[in-house]
Design a protein around this ligand. Structure first.
Ligand code: ZN
Length: 271
């Protein structure tokens, strides 16, 4: 019988061997954790196996913002140069997308670092003109680490019509967008008035329709803010189609109770 190697045995792996091993481990992880989580873990596995130093947090955040922006742009949620994303880099700094660039074509170095008063701490591009709105969110919500503002066409149609998304129609939307998605009264884009209109809603909500403008979604991390943005636009598309077909049926109280039980700890108070 082959002796089991000592736990501290040095294992030399060529980079391609390590990558192949990481891939196999990822497939196993995909069975246990689901494919998305496994793919997310793959780079860390490769680094661990090849002994490469872990990616610095600032670099990781910049890379993730660029990836998220590309995804949202590919989905058609940020036409032209519209939309802006930010993440909390530290308790006293955020990284925000620059003004005037197509967000799907950014480089990680294009992101702008701001302090919590809006002072620019990096050279180069100007920050998004909506930076006051982002800082307004971080100032009120210590649990939020990512803010995404987009112009998704169907959700923006509800914003333009002044119709909140406040009815329990789709299970995923109930879980992600609870308690509801309110319409925030119009304030000119980039204005302090827009921030003032948003503030009273911030404590209890994570997704917002900005009247005659677009949407804002918050997240404990960037992935959650992206997920909420996608869920909001999907809900709006489905509702629009369902209303053309005669109107949506609502989930019942019993359905909502079941949802709460299946995802304990997740609010599901859509009314
Ligand atoms: Zn906008």
């Amino acid at each position: 019988m082959t002796p089991f190697p000592e736990p501290n045995a040095q294992l030399e792996l060529a980079p391609d061997q390590a990558e192949s091993l990481a891939h196999r481990l990822t497939l196993r992880l995909a069975r246990d954790l689901g494919p998305e989580e496994a793919i997310r873990l793959l780079p860390a596995l490769v680094r661990a196996l090849t002994g490469a130093p872990p990616e610095p947090i600032q670099d990781r955040l910049r890379r993730e913002v660029v990836q998220a922006a590309r995804r949202l742009a590919d989905l058609g949620l940020m036409a032209g140069t519209a939309g802006n994303l930010s993440v909390r880099e530290s308790p006293s700094h955020i990284l925000i997308t620059p003004a005037g660039l197509r967000k799907g074509e950014m480089h990680p170095d294009d992101l702008v670092r701001l302090d919590m008063q809006g002072n620019k701490l990096s050279s180069g591009l100007r920050p998004s003109s909506e930076f006051r709105m982002h800082l307004g969110v971080y100032g009120v919500r210590s649990d939020v680490n990512a803010v995404i503002h987009t112009h998704p066409p169907h959700a923006t149609a509800f914003a333009a019509a002044g119709i909140p998304l406040d009815r329990p129609v789709l299970a995923e939307a109930v879980l992600l967008l609870a308690p509801k998605v309110p319409v925030i009264p119009f304030g000119a884009p980039s204005s302090q008035q827009l921030v003032d209109h948003l503030k009273p809603w911030l404590a209890d909500h994570n997704a917002f329709l900005l009247a005659n403008h677009g949407v804002v979604c918050l997240g404990r991390d960037l992935a959650e803010a992206v997920q909420r943005t996608e869920a909001l636009e999907f809900l709006a598309r489905v509702l629009l189609a369902a209303r053309l077909l005669g109107g949506e049926n609502l989930l019942t109280h019993a359905d909502l109770r079941g949802l709460r039980q299946s995802r304990s700890g997740t609010p599901a108070d859509f009314r």
